[in-house]
Every structure is written in structure tokens, then in C-alpha cells.
Design a protein around this ligand. Sequence first.
Ligand SMILES: [Zn+2]
Length: 68
Amino acid sequence: MSSEEPTVPIVCTDCETETRVPLSDVADALSRHNEGTHDGEEVAEVAPGLKDRLADLVADDLGLLDGE
Ligand SMILES: [Zn+2]
């Protein structure tokens, strides 16, 4: 029910950058960076260790975890 969108850190080991982007923009930001900077190679990705939590966040967002 939060109106504030969670942000997710995406990291690029090649550029040594970490950027926080809104959850809904993660896929876009990743493809934009990888397309624009790395010729479409999937270098940038969601920060390691966050992928599981990201799944939780998304599930939570969709209300799939109701009943806990
Ligand atoms: Zn990069």
C-alpha cells in the first residue's frame, strides 16, 4: 500500500557503477545501459543478493504474500 516505489540497485562490474532505479524501471534501465554501453551484452545486473529479495518485493507488490 506504500505510494513510494522501492528502488533497486543495479551494478555494472565493467563500469564499476551502482545505480538505484525504481523497481518498475529495472528491466528498462538494464537493457538501456547494456544496449547503449556494452553492445547488448548483459554486463549490468541487479545487485547480487538482491535478486531473491527483488522477487519478494514483486510478489509483495502483487499481494501474493498476503496471509503471512
Ligand atoms: Zn556498464
